[in-house]
Design a protein. Structure first.
Length: 349
């Protein structure tokens, strides 16, 4: 599944390099924060302060075709980071290579406000082991995945240099591939500098409002999940329908329902395959062709294995490929515990 996500990211990268006129920059940043303890068994190792350092390269295309993708100027790039969780004996370190997407939301003279986000692969030096490392219930797979979002304020104090202050919310998990998969959420504050390799004047393009009409859409989801006590994986498919409406240039509200048929769980008859049905309300960050939605869903129909949960969240990012076709991926979680990542494809009309 991650191979498909990488293909989507590479396609965006490729389209970005078709534009010759651009701004390129390098960044170095130090981050420090804390670990959120969202379960009693995590408290013994949650009282740590993760500290990290990352370097990144980013490029901003200045053509109108790039502006229309996001309805704003944006940077896209790659980031390498190192993180020490504050307890090397139990939690260890993390090394991450991620793709980044950073739209610029506001600019005034030397000041700018942006929303940096990224997804990448993380190598963890310490994971759960029932005998050697039983207290680490955050991670069970050395190869896991990082998702993060980070609003940042930047001040340009010369043609080539700028300072940066960011507030980062990070999540690491293995996407439900192996248990335990409690995942880790750790907010951090970052201080960094950008070095601009070149300078270009930003063109003046008109921002298009997404419109205030109601938008109807359908969506499908697909992933595979590990079967309990077995090494093989079985499919989980979803069918979703909804409606949303823009309430500002970047925000929208909506509602809908998701039906899911999960072949990795046993039903009452002892066969694989259970039905789930969940209506939801949603908020949408709308950036041109990108839509990042956060959905709060209530289980109207659920199997016995999930009886301890009444609600779940789904975070979905999609890109309008052409006409009404959208493609992307989503992350499902119960509270702070990630359940699975899946591929999404839909049509809006």
């Amino acid at each position: 599944m991650m191979k498909l996500y990488c293909v989507i990211i590479l396609l965006v990268f490729y389209s970005h390099f078709l534009e010759a006129q651009s701004i390129q920059r390098l960044r170095a940043e130090i981050q420090h924060g804390f670990i959120i303890s969202h379960a009693s068994d995590l408290k013994p190792v949650s009282d740590n302060r993760p500290t990290g350092f990352h370097v990144s390269w980013q490029r901003m295309g200045l053509g109108q075709n790039h502006w229309e993708i996001c309805n704003c100027f944006y940077y896209i790039g790659a980031q390498f980071s190192w993180l020490n969780f504050g307890d090397r004996d139990i939690l260890g370190d993390a090394y991450t290579l991620a793709g980044t997407f950073e739209p610029v939301l506001w600019r005034y003279n030397q000041w700018s406000l942006s929303l940096n986000s990224g997804i990448g692969a993380t190598w963890l030096t310490k994971v759960h082991h029932p005998e050697n490392n039983p207290l680490n219930n955050f991670f069970s797979s050395r190869l896991s995945f990082l998702l993060y979002v980070a609003p940042a304020i930047e001040y340009r104090f010369s043609d080539n240099w700028s300072g940066r202050l960011s507030a980062n919310y990070n999540h690491i998990s293995n996407g439900g591939r192996k248990q335990p998969n409690r995942g880790m959420n750790y907010p951090q504050v970052g201080i960094g500098v950008n070095y601009y390799l070149n300078n270009e004047v930003l063109p003046d393009y008109e921002r298009q409002h997404p419109g205030n009409e109601y938008l109807f859409w359908i969506e499908s989801g697909f992933t595979t999940r590990k079967v309990d006590d077995e090494n093989n994986r079985k499919p989980s498919v979803a069918l979703v329908g909804g409606v949303n409406r823009a309430v500002s240039a970047f925000n929208g509200l909506g509602f809908g329902a998701e039906y899911n048929h999960d072949f990795s769980m046993l039903n009452e008859s002892g066969n694989y395959g259970v039905h789930l049905l969940a209506p939801f309300i949603s908020h949408h960050f709308i950036f041109g062709k990108f839509d990042f939605s956060q959905r709060m869903s209530w289980y109207a129909v659920q199997p016995e294995q999930l009886s301890s949960h009444n609600f779940y969240q789904r975070y979905v990012i999609t890109y309008k490929v052409f006409s009404g076709l959208r493609m992307g991926f989503s992350l499902k979680s119960h509270g702070h515990v990630a359940t699975n990542i899946d591929f999404r494809m839909g049509w809006e009309f």
